[in-house]
Design a protein around this ligand. Structure first.
Ligand code: JD8
Length: 262
């Protein structure tokens, strides 16, 4: 997968060199390119913003630098000014624009984006990017305006990092043990994760639950399921409503009823 990220604060994306995403780059699974939007500004002050039409507080990001940045990055001619080496049209890019007014990021969307060959992240600042940039891009490529949650950030960079990590870890060959993907929260069973423990068996007077040191696999599996059900009922009852029919067996429902009676 190729990922391009455009921002006026490219240093924010340095984290992509670290940890597993960094390893994915080293292994060739991932090809990340971070660009400074000001590269495509024309005035000596490298101005990327201007006052909003219709008035109001703050500034808006100018369309011209974004238009030229996306032209250069998506220019598959390999010619002058092209960023991406000449490539066939099969690797059409998907433009991902983090915005508080976007569709909500989810594990499902992460899976969808992980199947794309090329993602371009447009990280806005100020009050946002002139809307014509997205409207113009929609005529040329797949565009997803995405929010990572119902709280306000100062820009799109950290949201891009969140989305990239959620996507890249789903790439085939990325995680050493793809098995662990199935068990996690928001994974396949739609429940929150059960609590996890490791050595020592007692820490500051706190013991690891007996069920986990029993070595009794069926008992361990049952304990973990019960914990996941209780945690989900307590913290994310909305997830229980979204479970497909048949996702809960008789014992699961009994656990939830007991929990509700507590
Ligand atoms: C991109 C500019 C700041 C937003 C005025 C504060 C995502 N879940 C999310 N919350 N906030 C963002 C986000 C915020 C951004 C930009 C994403 C570009 N801002 C603006 C509108 C109100 N300031 C986000 N994904």
């Amino acid at each position: 997968m190729r990922i391009d990220v455009v921002s006026i604060f490219p240093a924010y994306l340095a984290a992509l060199e670290l940890s597993l995403v960094g390893k994915a780059q080293a292994s060739g699974l991932l090809d990340v390119h971070v660009h400074d939007l000001r590269t495509w500004t024309r005035d000596r002050h490298h101005t990327a913003d201007d006052t909003p039409y219709g008035g109001g507080a703050g500034m808006v990001m100018k369309p011209e630098p974004w238009g030229e940045a996306l032209d250069a990055i998506t220019d598959l001619s390999g010619g002058e000014g092209a960023i991406a080496p000449g490539a066939s049209d099969k690797s059409a890019p998907t433009l991902v624009v983090p915005t508080p007014s976007g569709e909500l990021m989810s594990q499902g969307l992460a899976g969808e984006l992980a199947r794309k060959p090329w993602l371009i992240f447009a990280c806005g600042r100020y009050e946002g990017i002139d809307q014509r940039v997205v409207d113009h891009a929609r005529a040329r490529m797949d565009v997803r305006e995405v929010s990572i949650g119902d709280y306000v950030l100062n820009g799109g960079e950290v949201a891009a990092l969140v989305i990239i990590e959620a996507v890249v870890r789903l790439l085939p060959g990325f995680l050493g043990n793809p098995e662990s993907l199935t068990e996690e929260s928001h994974g396949t069973d739609g429940l929150l994760e059960y609590p996890v423990y490791t050595k020592p068996p007692t820490w500051r007077g706190l013991d690891v639950p007996q069920e986990l040191v029993s070595g009794h696999h069926a008992q361990i599996a049952r304990w973990r399921r019960d914990q996941a059900l209780r945690r989900t009922a307590l913290r994310r009852p909305d997830l229980l409503q979204r479970l497909p029919d048949g996702a809960l067996d008789e014992r699961d429902r009994a656990v939830l009823e007991d929990f509700a009676d507590e």
